[in-house]
Design a protein around this ligand. Structure first.
Ligand SMILES: Cc1ncc(COP(=O)(O)O)c(C=O)c1O
Length: 466
């Protein structure tokens, strides 16, 4: 068929053929769109040798993950990576919890296990147990079926699904996040379609909470605005409100109908006690009001790469919770269809107890697993607390100028040292110590051998810029 003939065809296959014929004819660099407009084909550089993506600009490294990239390139045997929030043993090695290994063995030996797709909302047992873990076994909201829980891709995925849901179904777009906060928060919320604002949180002078500033800013927030709250072990500052302060925050937020969106990435990791670390959240749920909760099992079960987490939305009634869950499915389905099965099965195996499955043959063994997890979790938290004390002692012994008591007052995985950008880059250059440029160090990345080296580096950095 000639080119002209092909062009004359009015049916759409005919038009497509004509377009193809023109495209293949030598020296022709333009196509005709279905509306008859010329389309310049020049950018399709694949035909001319270069990459069609040649104009893509080099993106900067993620500020947190980029620290590890730089660390990996450093050949020094003295190097220490305090950038990434992942637990390391006293020997500086990643840790797979014993209880996780046991659960995996059980799953492997279970012949009835299959690799079918999970439902859009994930593993049902996992969802129930996750809600119970964070809200408490005696939570009225759970008993009244007012909680819609969906399994998501760790904490980040839970935040994103929650934010997309709010952008579609909530009347207020503004989300207030603490200043500072985990670097991914503003990106997750902005890309989901929310409008990010900040509230004061940290006071660099006291290296503690700017409680007055926090109350003032939340008081100025428009009624109904969403407020992101770190449930415990605030990242990056390690500064948490006291229970009394939480109560004041709760009262203010409820009086202004502000919607709490909790981020719980460190339950059990802060104090070593799962219930104590959930107290802030439980206060808000106990008052009968609504809230969102993003949970992660990355840190407290060491399941970082398995991407296990849950989003719960506590609703005013069971009826609302059913509708909310139906809409969450519509958010998830086009995003990743349904979540992965392995990590959630590990968590469900560990958390399972008599209230879930009375007929389970290994019941006692399973409860033992939960108990074993709490012991391993406490051991991780205690090691971090001991690192805080050792670093504080090492700086005191060196007479390093300044008040370093915030190291032992702050809680959780990170210490916000108060070191500035120049001091941080000096420590990286001269001592091969890697951390984020805001002076945040991961206490979980330290051990007894590396503490003197870090203390020397801080001492030198502070004296140099005194
Ligand atoms: C405050 C906070 N929220 C959420 C996350 C998300 O972690 P993940 O997606 O690995 O569960 C982190 C991880 O560092 C965090 O620190």
């Amino acid at each position: 068929m000639g080119i002209e003939n092909a062009r004359d065809q009015s049916s759409s296959p005919g038009r497509r053929l004509a377009t193809l014929a023109r495209h293949l004819s030598v020296g022709d660099t333009s196509l005709i769109s279905s509306r008859g407009e010329a389309i310049d084909t020049a950018p399709t550089a694949g035909f001319h040798g270069g990459s069609v993506f040649a104009n893509v600009a080099q993106a900067p490294e993620d500020p947190i993950l980029g620290v590890t990239v730089a660390y990996n390139k450093d050949p020094s045997p003295m190097k220490v990576n305090l950038g990434v929030g992942a637990y390391r043993t006293e020997e500086g090695k990643p840790l797979v919890l014993n209880v996780v290994k046991k659960a995996e063995k059980m799953l492997l030996n279970n012949p009835s296990r299959v690799k079918e797709y999970l439902p859009i909302t994930g593993l049902a047992d996992f969802n129930k147990l996750s809600a119970k873990l964070i809200f408490g076994a005696d939570s009225r909201a759970i008993q009244e079926n007012r909680v819609a829980t969906v399994q998501c891709l760790s904490g980040t995925g839970s935040l994103r699904v929650g934010a997309e849901f709010l952008a579609r179904h909530y009347n207020e777009r503004a989300i207030f996040i603490p200043q500072p906060t985990w670097g991914n928060h503003p990106k997750v919320f902005t890309l989901a379609g929310l409008s990010v604002k900040t509230y004061r949180y940290y006071d660099p002078k006291t290296r503690g909470l700017n409680f007055q500033g926090l109350l003032e800013d939340l008081n100025m927030a428009p009624s109904g605005a969403i407020v992101l709250l770190h449930a415990c072990a605030h990242n990056p500052t390690g500064v948490d409100p006291t229970l009394d302060q939480w109560e004041q925050i709760r009262r203010l937020m409820r009086s202004k109908s502000l919607l709490p969106f909790f981020d719980s990435a460190y339950q059990g990791f802060a104090s070593g006690n799962l219930d104590a670390d959930a107290q802030s959240v439980r206060m808000f749920v106990a008052d009968g009001g609504e809230c969102l909760m993003a949970q992660s099992y990355a840190k407290n079960m060491g399941l970082y790469g398995e991407r296990v987490g849950a989003l719960s939305i506590v609703c005013e009634s069971a009826d609302v919770a059913v509708k909310v869950e139906s809409q969450l499915k519509l958010v998830i389905r086009p995003m990743y269809s349904n979540p992965p099965i392995h990590g959630a099965s590990i968590v469900a195996t560990i958390l399972k107890d008599s209230s879930v499955d009375k007929a389970y043959v290994f019941l006692c063994f399973l409860r033992e697993m939960y108990h074993e997890w709490t012991i391993e979790l406490k051991a991780m938290a205690n090691r971090i607390i001991s690192m805080r004390q050792q670093l504080f002692n090492a700086l005191s012994a060196r007479g390093t100028p300044g008040d370093w008591s915030h190291i032992i007052k702050q809680i959780g995985m990170f210490t916000f040292t108060g070191l500035n950008k120049e001091q941080v880059s000096f420590m990286t250059r001269e001592y091969h110590i890697y951390m984020t440029s805001d002076g945040r160090i991961s206490m979980a990345g330290l051990n007894t051998k590396t503490i003197p080296h870090l203390a020397d580096a801080i001492h030198a950095a502070v004296n140099r810029t005194k």
